[in-house]
Design a protein around this ligand. Structure first.
Ligand SMILES: Nc1ncnc2c1ncn2[C@@H]1O[C@H](COP(=O)(O)OP(=O)(O)O)[C@@H](O)[C@H]1O
Ligand SMILES: O=P(O)(O)OC[C@H]1O[C@](O)(COP(=O)(O)O)[C@@H](O)[C@@H]1O
Length: 301
């Protein structure tokens, strides 16, 4: 089974505003509300491709209820832990002359609630896939991903981590199967700005030296670079199209990659192709892409 963990789910409130002006009343011209958070987006896209998954994470308050009922509608099995303090966040994504995002803090997670999550994850079995994705609420210790991976050591579980900075760097010693920073996040980890593909490959390899197995660096409209555990470098451009909402494109890429990898029995070219099709299909959609849209793009690659 595939399990996704979203420590900090979100309702994504995506609004379009003409010429956003700070310090004034602005009015939206379009607005959308989606259930989001990185692991949830991964489970959503997997469902759209006909792949089953279980969505784990923490929810709270009335916004948490929306996430729980939304998950069922999106087609994956919710197994969230309801926490007692605070509420599931609402992340605001403003599309104007530029795109801006304001991501919330999320609820308070107490030790006993975190312990419940550890217990659920202890049940995972050989052959399962675990996706740890997104930020963690501010009240949680920053080594929480590390602790999860430490507990699962010794089991044959492929772990995918989509996180930034120390949250990601600190898990590399546990050899995650796949990590997916974007090119900016990769640069930030080493305090550099990466401009060329050669530089991106050089720094992605540094993450492998620290323990990552496969490193997938997404580059938005410029495609993606995969450095496999065998040291092969695959570079893929992405299809052209009209970008409608790139929120969730990275999560879709992760879900597409997993699907392509599983369906081809471990062919990294296929995994990258499916990941690219899924990422771009979502960028060209208002919401996480449908299976039809993904397969349409996949055929053009
Ligand atoms: N503007 C775009 N045009 C086409 N494809 C895109 C665009 N933005 C994202 N994608 C697709 O989604 C993938 C992930 O996007 P990216 O923005 O790099 O991830 P993240 O959301 O994690 O920052 C890209 O590698 C590409 O396949
Ligand atoms: O957990 P974080 O890092 O705050 O990110 C949460 C946000 O990321 C998203 O999952 C989108 O992520 P990507 O655009 O990287 O795919 C949104 O749905 C959500 O609002």
């Amino acid at each position: 089974m595939i399990y996704t963990v979203t420590f900090n789910p979100a309702i994504d409130y995506v609004i379009k505003v003409d010429n956003l002006t700070l310090g004034q009343v602005n009015r939206t011209t379009r607005e959308y509300i989606f259930c989001g958070g990185k692991g949830i987006n991964v489970s959503h896209l997997l469902a759209n491709l006909g792949v089953d998954s279980v969505g784990l994470g923490f929810i709270a308050g009335f916004t948490g209820d929306v996430i729980e009922s939304g998950a069922k509608e999106l087609g994956f099995k919710p197994d969230f832990i309801r926490v007692r303090e605070g509420m599931t966040r609402i992340n605001v994504k403003v599309k104007s002359n530029e795109e801006s995002e304001i991501n919330g803090l999320g609820p308070v997670i107490h030790d006993d609630e975190l312990e419940q999550m550890f217990k659920k994850l202890d049940e995972l079995e050989d052959g399962d896939i675990l996706v740890l994705a997104g930020s963690i609420p501010a009240t949680l210790p920053s080594d929480v991903y590390e602790r999860i991976m430490g507990r699962l050591q010794g089991k044959d579980i492929r772990i995918v981590v989509d996180a930034t900075k120390d949250l990601l760097l600190n898990v590399l010693k546990y050899h995650p199967f796949l990590i997916k920073p974007n090119n900016h996040e990769l640069g930030e980890m080493f305090d550099v700005v990466l401009k060329t593909n050669d530089e991106i490959v050089e720094y992605a390899k540094k993450l492998q030296e620290k323990g990552a197995r496969n490193v997938l660096v997404s580059m938005a409209g410029d495609g993606a670079i995969l450095i496999t555990e065998e040291g092969e470098v695959h570079i893929t451009p992405c299809p052209k199209g009209e970008v409608k909402n790139s929120v969730g494109a990275g999560d879709s890429m992760v879900a597409g990659f997993i699907t392509g990898y599983l369906r081809s029995n471990g062919d990294y070219n296929e995994a990258l192709k499916m990941g690219t099709a899924a990422g771009s299909a979502t960028a060209f959609s208002e919401d996480v892409a449908t299976g039809e849209k993904i397969m349409e793009l996949y055929k053009t690659l």
